[in-house]
Ligand binder design. Structure first.
Ligand code: ADP
Length: 457
């Protein structure tokens, strides 16, 4: 089966967020499953692939000249780089100040037109689109192949001036959105299947107020909207062989985790007398940072210590800094992006906090479980699909869920988690169950493959 997998990002070549990792993980697992996958991304930097020559693509005048460099990566897998006017930039979307380029709409419309021309020239069995950048592709195709749209981020929709609707030769009506052109709503309407990156998120976004304005087009798709949980890169996130950690550990041999806990406590300048809580995150409203910070005054009563690693929103970061000064013996704020410290926080902590307001999938709760760190999370999106509450499941859980996404809800879940953690028998049961789950992309790839097969048979 030939799959054309179109994306604006592909790790490690180009990654601005989770999209690059997810597409890379899925692509690798589909190739391992024996599929012929051609990944197609914009040629942002004029990469050298191999000696193959770029092929010209038949695109509308405003997107010309366009070409496809169809080559292979070092591992032999297929990668196609699309060159269109103005696509070459050091960063896919933003200037050095972090502001979006003003011509992103035109750049990705041209990319989409070029991918459509490629699909027309050499039709795949499945056309798999990812996020808004690839949304217009279906509007450029007269007879699209069976198609899937995966929504990684519903908040970004690439909405642009309605004048562009005249440049979409097919089904412009599907893209019309309150006078504008919305690449994501159009693809939601036209793709044969629409997927989100967790099942619970798929069911949440059809409810008014939860779908970033796209609730109705999403509802219209009925059972064609499905959720498939993202996987983890289980080579990078492997406690038995983690190049960023000084000790390794695994199920039934947690000595290494105890050493890493001691190392972490030492680096934080604390001493051990209760559970150690960690959190590794972008500092944004979505991640419930304010809710996490609201537990700081209760840490004394709980007998816990809390280390937060993150960067982002300036006001929330200032709040975290102030709390860290006022409660220095219980709370520390490590400001920045630090992969090595992130691995140590997942491995060395006892509990992991994640009170997200919404969560399309979420990776850090899985990373915590893989390292035997018990997650305490809100009950939204992918967190519901990955964390089983140990109280509600009567001892079959992998963590604790706060059903009320609020300070009191989180403090309650944290109290329950600490109680379980203080019981060696309960603690090791929760750790064992979390550590044995297979979070690999192979699991997700099997579900995508079943979806592809359902569309091609
Ligand atoms: P997001 O919504 O930010 O994509 P996820 O939980 O899906 O949230 O994934 C975030 C990824 O980024 C995880 O692998 C996490 O370890 C990493 N990460 C987030 N913040 C930091 C940080 N400050 N330092 C190091 N790694 C981080």
């Amino acid at each position: 089966m030939r799959v054309l997998l179109a994306s604006a990002e592909l790790s490690p070549l180009v990654k601005a967020g989770g999209l690059g990792d997810a597409v890379a993980g899925l692509r690798g697992a589909l190739i391992r499953a024996g599929l012929d996958v051609e990944t197609v991304i914009p040629d942002y930097r004029g990469w050298r692939l191999d000696k193959s020559e770029p092929q010209p693509l038949d695109v509308p005048e405003w997107a010309a000249p366009a070409s496809a460099h169809r080559g292979r990566m070092a591992d032999g897998s297929r990668l196609t780089l699309i060159d269109v006017p103005e696509i070459r930039r050091p960063h896919p979307y933003d200037d050095t100040e972090g502001h979006a380029f003003p011509d992103n709409d035109q750049r990705f419309m041209a990319f989409a037109a070029a991918v459509a021309a490629l699909a027309e020239m050499d039709p795949p069995d499945i056309l798999h689109l990812n996020d808004w950048h690839t949304g217009p592709i279906l509007g450029f195709l007269d007879e699209p192949p069976p198609s899937i749209l995966t929504i990684h981020n519903l908040a970004y929709q690439g909405r642009i001036n309605g004048g562009w609707l005249d440049d979409l030769p097919h089904r412009a009506d599907a893209y019309e959105w309150f006078g504008d052109l919305n690449p994501l709503s159009g693809a939601i309407a036209l793709a044969d299947r629409v997927t989100t990156v967790s099942p619970t998120f798929a069911s949440e976004i059809v409810v008014d107020g939860n779908g970033f304005g796209l609730e109705e087009p999403l509802r219209n798709r009925g059972s064609a909207l499905v959720g498939i949980l993202n996987g983890l890169d289980t080579e990078v996130w492997n406690p038995a062989n983690d190049r960023l950690l000084d000790h390794s550990f695994g199920l039934g041999q947690l000595d290494g985790k105890a050493h890493l806990r001691a190392e972490l406590v030492d680096r934080l300048g604390w001493h051990l007398d209760g559970p150690l809580i960690s959190m590794v995150t972008r500092i944004t409203d979505q991640k419930g940072i304010d809710i996490a910070l609201s537990v700081v005054p209760y840490l004394d009563g709980i007998g816990a210590r809390f280390a937060l690693l993150g960067s982002g929103d300036a006001a929330l970061a200032a709040e975290a800094r102030a709390l860290a000064t006022a409660h220095a013996d219980r709370f520390t704020f490590l400001e920045g992006y630090d992969e090595q410290m992130a691995h140590l926080l997942f491995a060395g902590a006892d509990l992991y906090l994640m009170p997200s307001r919404f969560e399309p999938c979420g990776l850090t709760q899985m990373q915590a479980m893989r390292y035997g760190t018990i997650p305490v999370t809100s009950a939204v999106g992918g967190l519901v699909d990955t964390v089983v509450d140990d109280d509600l499941s009567r001892g079959h859980g992998t963590g604790f869920l706060a059903h009320d996404v609020s300070p009191t809800g989180l403090v309650d879940a944290l109290h329950r988690a600490v109680r379980a953690w203080r019981s060696p028998r309960r603690r090791s049961g929760i750790q064992r169950r979390g550590m044995t789950i297979d979070w690999s992309w192979d699991v997700a790839a099997r579900e995508y493959l079943a979806l592809y097969e359902s569309l091609t048979q």
